[in-house]
Design a protein around this ligand. Sequence first.
Ligand code: NAD
Length: 497
Amino acid sequence: MNTITHWIGGAPWTGASDRTGPVYNPATGQQTAAVAFADEAAIDAAVSTAKEAFTEWGRTPITRRQNIMFAFRELMASRRLDMARLITAEHGKTLDDALGEVQRGLEVVEFACNIAHLLKGEYSEQVSTGVDTFTTRQPLGVVAGITPFNFPAMVPMWMYPIAIACGNTFILKPSEKDPSASVLAAELFAEAGLPDGVFNVVHGDKVAVDALLTHPDVAAVSFVGSTPIARYVYEKGTKHGKRVQALGGAKNHMVVLPDADMDLAADSAVSAGYGSAGERCMAISVVVTVGDAADALIPKIEERIADLKVAPGFDEGSEMGPLITKEAQDRVAGYVDAGEEAGARLVVDGRDFKVDGHEDGFFLGPTLFDQVTPDMSVYTDEIFGPVLSTVRLDSYGEAIQLINDNPFGNGTAVFTSDGGAARKFQNEVQVGMVGINVPIPVPLSFYSFGGWKNSIFGTHAIYGPEGVHFYTRQKVITSRWADPMHRGVDLGFPRSD
Ligand code: NAD
């Protein structure tokens, strides 16, 4: 069986431990490869290689760094189908969805192609007699990215294009469940002319993550994954003196007011609830209906679910693929059991769903609950599967309060025809990314992405302008070229005059 290896110093790296993990094709349930798991020695090799590469890369002219990013962009765009195929084979999402993920990642690469503009500093002339003050932004050194399984190409691309364009060297620890997309990215960087050691990939589990979090030569860590691990990475990384941004899980609510366009709301709930089998951090998992909105909405959602094609991601016309692992399939089915036992009304039950010829695949059908209450585990927990819960409330105020009381704050949306109601929502809701008649409000690459509350730890959102700030530190220079330069000793605090 093929073993997917690390990539260190511009080439596959096969040294160190024999530990590996399995990689599956979720549509068949069969193991397709093994992936090497890094130990401390492998992490040390990656960090020392990246540290050495930083001495040159950090002072490589900005225009040259941009040119390499342009070349990478062209290669990635021309190989997008290969990248998407790797994603579908290991993650299970439909090929079309995988292509969409590559496209959204490419947009961050395109943003990073313009890094010269983004790194421009400020300049103030004559802040005192003959004195000027100006700022530069300089790279941090070796930075690491630790990423989740659900976007094996896009989430790493939220990080490395900006980090590298800013002059850092990068170590990516992708999810061990779908590692191949990261290796292809490394090959494309080598082809684009990126110097060896600037972009490295190490695979593995907690052992690799801990070694990165404690390594003295890692300056910063970007993490995206579940909330418990995000919190752990933030606490451990900062304790070891690193700059850390750690994005966590979510429970995204979509509020539907009685005056909403119900067809638009139903289309949006189904697309955002079941797209990628609900394995998106911006997936809608709770539909909050106000007043009698549920009576109009739920039959429309049911109709649309009946038309969904759930099939292997490579099948023509497939709209929803399998879950990532057998454990995920069992866990999500367990939540459906729990919701039913707690008294929620199971409108559509996806537990017994099977795909002919793929009986061992990790499939679940779309599932819809009505009359969910906030004490049920289908409401409180991030299920990360194709399960939509409906909570019925009497008033708009209660709907906003429900969202504000939730410990997560990644994304949310309101569906209404009333501008005043929408404005109230955007002002009052305590969530980082808000959609108005838009169910998955993921900002484009020239904005930054980040939730609030337990959906993020650290002060920087990811990619966009906040990404540039995260991967650089500001230096403020105060310079005197006055005539005369010498004004004698003065022990007073410097004043401007
Ligand atoms: P995960 O937290 O299990 O894994 C994320 C990364 O952490 C992986 O690289 C994994 O190898 C590593 N890891 C796992 N257990 C670890 C441990 N005990 N110690 C150290 N490292 C560990 O997440 P996942 O299941 O791969 O991804 C799904 C989660 O990611 C969901 O909660 C989803 O909401 C979240 N997510 C969030 C965003 C966001 O932008 N906020 C985006 C995508 C996914």
